[in-house]
Design a protein around this ligand. Structure first.
Ligand code: SF4
Length: 343
């Protein structure tokens, strides 16, 4: 994986803002990871739905959760969005938005057949992996897709070439895959995996297929890897790391795992501040806080307030990179001003 992600300015060193814990806090402090929260793909997807609501009025249908975050989904539902699992649930002729995780060509075809109007909010970095699959399938490669079984992104990506893609999730999967020609194999990956675990899986694949080709560029996206680097930088100093994120958010769950692997004594995933069990704070001095790429900042601020009320008012931000990246809206909505209000 590359050291610096596109659209990211690496901090020259890990910078900590906020100074030393004051004696009045009894040594209790919060380390707040930066980068955290919304990535460019999530921001674009949420704005897409908001603009579609403004322009076309409710109801707007969205296939699957637009992004994997309960607060975002509930807020949009209140504004008139109807979330469906399958395109077949959308009435003929209506408008459907495809989520940031991407869909397979079969889903596009079904929407067309049912005469649906569509806006595709697939993150451009997911689309990039789709294009890699199409290209390697066209060149007759067997494609080892490292990812989590059942995740929507993996379903969409595999759907580009179902006969050529084999999913590699667990170490056991590496033993199970079968290829036609060991000199024509490539590995690609889901965008939101643990960087370290993915490289373990790649090493295992290389043991079996020494000639396996690497992706043309990193598939794990800048936002996923930046958030992991930031949580790693502070984890060893934390008695507890609280990751704000939803249980179905792959990149949020990876942050919990990465925090534990990097030395945090404990790490927990919460959607909202009120889900924190006060017993987790017993004997804790330093609390690390971060959030997944689909999490609005308001939820982190609520957690910081909740912690401050309980004595963790001293907040030091640990910065490992500054992200500058943003994506243009889908072409159907270009020209609209672009800043999401669910933040
Ligand atoms: S986590 Fe990465 S791939 Fe997923 S929406 Fe955000 S930028 Fe795109």
């Amino acid at each position: 994986m590359s050291a610096a992600s596109p659209g990211t300015e690496p901090a020259t060193s890990v910078s900590v803002e906020g100074g030393q814990p004051s004696p009045s806090t009894g040594g209790k402090r919060v380390l707040l990871a930066k980068p955290r929260g919304y990535c460019a793909g999530v921001d674009r997807a949420v704005i897409t739905v908001e603009k579609a609501l403004e322009r076309y009025g409710p109801p707007i249908y969205v296939r699957k959760e637009i992004v994997h975050n309960r607060h975002v989904v509930d807020t949009l539902r209140e504004r008139g969005v109807i979330f469906v699992d399958e395109t077949s649930e959308v009435p003929e002729g209506e408008l459907v938005v495809f989520s940031a995780h991407g869909v397979s060509p079969a889903v596009h075809a079904e929407a067309e057949q049912r005469n649906l109007r569509t806006i595709d909010a697939t993150c451009p970095l997911v689309t990039k992996v789709h294009k890699e699959v199409t290209r390697f399938a066209r060149e007759d490669y067997d494609i080892m897709l490292i990812g989590h079984a059942g995740h929507e992104e993996v379903e969409g990506t595999s759907g580009e070439a179902p006969d050529r893609v084999q999913l590699v999730d667990t170490p056991e999967d590496v033993d199970k895959v079968a290829v036609r020609d060991p000199s024509k194999v490539v590995w690609l990956s889901q965008t939101t995996l643990s960087v370290d675990e993915t490289m373990e899986r790649v090493e295992q694949l290389k043991q079996r297929f020494p000639e396996i080709a690497d992706p043309p560029s990193d598939d794990i996206c800048y936002a996923t890897s930046n958030r992991q680097v930031a949580v790693k930088a502070m984890a060893a100093e934390c008695d507890l790391v609280l990751v704000v994120g939803s249980g179905n958010s792959s990149n949020s769950r990876r942050l919990v795992e990465v925090a534990l692997q990097a030395g945090a004594s404990d790490a927990r995933l919460v959607d909202f501040a009120h889900e924190v069990d006060e017993a987790w704070l017993d004997g804790v001095q330093t609390v690390g806080v971060t959030s997944g790429a689909s999490v609005p900042e308001v939820l982190v601020m609520e957690l910081l307030e909740w912690l401050a009320e309980r004595g963790w008012a001293d907040v030091q931000e640990v910065t490992t990179a500054n992200e500058k990246i943003s994506f243009a809206l889908p072409r159907e909505l270009r020209g609209d001003s672009a800043r999401s209000s669910v933040r």
